[in-house]
Design a protein around this ligand. Structure first.
Ligand code: HEM
Length: 438
């Protein structure tokens, strides 16, 4: 491992006490061969290979839930480490079948190399409206250009051609998978790497210097160990057990859309889904230094949860649902009478059949040494994300003057959306450089 090459927080000479999990997180953020060998020295996973018969894998790329671990309450536990690579197609005109074979074969190499699970590797590939615009036919339905979704935000649209989302509990698995895709290694977990994506895709050239490689983590302890970044006060406030920087559990089984609900059910991409990916900056100084615990509970969940002390520590005691379904109808009266409304409470107003209409697979990040969330959600059409975001804006509640446009109005005050991108995740059978007809 080259000591000079690593950022200070990874330099073992200066950080003898750094924990294994914080070290792995830093390695994923940095990427590359040196980070991979540093990571392997700490993790040494002994993983079996993936299946010989790939037809046993699910038809939906986004069918991850059955491959995830569950906690004691039955909630799906997301993989701890994440990388998203935003890519531009490098060919002229439209992709040909040879390029499709290349992409499919490179992706199959990863599937053969690792079990499709949180301990092995989960991944998806998706395509933007900009990608589909190179074809004569219309874009697939439900896939608009990314645009601002609140009158107080001015995000940069992300318009690469594609995005690959890789996730695993092991940072070394992600780094090895990236190297295989880039053609930088000859074998991966004992499987020969015969094709890679280097002749078809390159790192996306994004507007305003956007990051084409986005990394992050979610899971108990990781945020606390990585809180030494801009956006979080120096007092080390993040709960040692929290899975996210803001201190609470997220993604209860009962507060997520089902995979069926977010699956496109007809047309060329039936069996696929859409993905929204936003890059969000966190500003948590006031959250932790001035706001009380009660205020944090009220603005994240709902005032009734705070008044009745329903949330212990990070909220694991809530079980398999947050319980905000019961306070969704009180959003307006809470805003008027209590001067505060909760983030989850507002979002619960767009539930269908008692559940949200988007499936969140977001994670925290220290990319650029700044506290961020890479908010990744799946829904059958981007409209469902837009409807949820409008509920989260709470414009109707701010208009009455009971809460501010961003203050006391959920968690809007503590975050700013820097970039937005929309993607179509085809079913596995048409995931390699699809045409608008699938
Ligand atoms: C800084 C970024 C964010 C953080 C830290 C965050 C955190 C949370 C937390 C802790 C909950 C309550 C627990 C749960 O049910 O999962 C929640 C609920 C939820 N959030 Fe967020 N969230 C963020 C951004 C967003 C965005 C951008 C959206 C979509 C527009 C969103 C949509 C939802 C939905 C749909 C729910 C569940 C509502 C229901 O129960 O019906 N969140 N979020």
């Amino acid at each position: 491992m080259s000591i000079q090459w690593l950022e200070p927080s990874m330099n073992p000479e200066r950080n003898r006490g750094i924990s294994r999990r914080a070290f792995v997180k830093s390695a994923v953020a940095i990427g590359g061969t040196a980070a991979l060998s540093a990571c392997l020295g700490r993790e040494s996973p002994d993983l079996p290979q993936g299946p010989d018969d790939l037809s046993t894998l699910p038809a939906r790329q986004h069918a991850w839930n059955d491959a995830l671990a569950r906690d004691d309450h039955g909630n799906h536990v997301p993989p701890r480490h994440h990388v998203v690579r935003l890519l531009d197609y490098t060919g002229d005109g439209t992709p040909d079948d040879g390029e499709r074979d290349t992409v499919e074969s490179a992706l199959q190499t990863l599937e053969r190399a690792y079990p499709r699970s949180n301990e092995g590797l989960l991944f998806t590939i998706g395509y933007t409206p900009a990608y589909f615009d190179r074809f004569d036919a219309d874009r697939p339905a439900g896939l608009p250009d990314p645009e601002p979704l609140a009158n107080f935000e001015d995000p940069t649209p992300d318009t690469p051609d594609a995005a690959i989302h890789l996730a695993s509990d092991y940072g070394s698995v992600l780094l090895a998978a990236e190297e295989a895709l880039l053609g930088e290694r000859e074998e991966i977990n004992g499987v020969d790497v015969e094709t890679d994506l280097a002749n078809v895709f390159a790192a996306a050239d994004l507007a305003d210097g956007g990051m084409a490689r986005r990394t992050g983590f979610i899971g108990d302890g990781l945020p606390a160990e990585n809180q030494d970044v801009d956006g979080i006060p120096d007092s080390e406030p993040v709960d040692e057990e929290s899975p996210l920087f803001m201190g609470f559990e997220s993604g209860f089984a009962g507060t997520q859309a089902t995979e069926d609900r977010v699956t496109i059910d007809e047309g060329a991409f039936a069996g696929g889904t859409t993905q929204h990916l936003s890059q969000i900056r966190l500003h948590l100084t006031q959250w932790y230094e001035q706001d009380s615990r009660e205020h944090r509970e009220a603005t994240m969940f709902c005032p009734a949860h705070a008044e009745n002390d329903r949330i212990e520590e990070t909220g694991e005691n809530l079980g398999a649902t947050s319980g905000v379904g019961a306070c969704a109808d009180d959003a307006e009266s809470d805003a008027r009478q209590k001067g505060v409304v909760g983030h989850a409470q507002k979002n619960a107003r767009v539930r269908e059949d008692g559940r949200p209409i988007i499936l969140r697979r977001d994670f925290d990040s220290t990319d650029g040494d700044e506290a961020r969330v890479h908010f990744l959600s799946l829904q059958s059409a981007i409209d469902d994300f837009v409807a949820t975001r409008q509920a989260m804006n709470g414009d109707d509640l701010a208009e009455s003057g009971a809460v501010g446009q961003r203050t006391n109005n959920g968690i809007l005050q503590y975050m700013s959306v820097e970039r937005r991108g929309n993607y179509l995740l085809p079913p596995r059978a048409s995931r390699a450089l699809p045409t608008p007809q699938g």
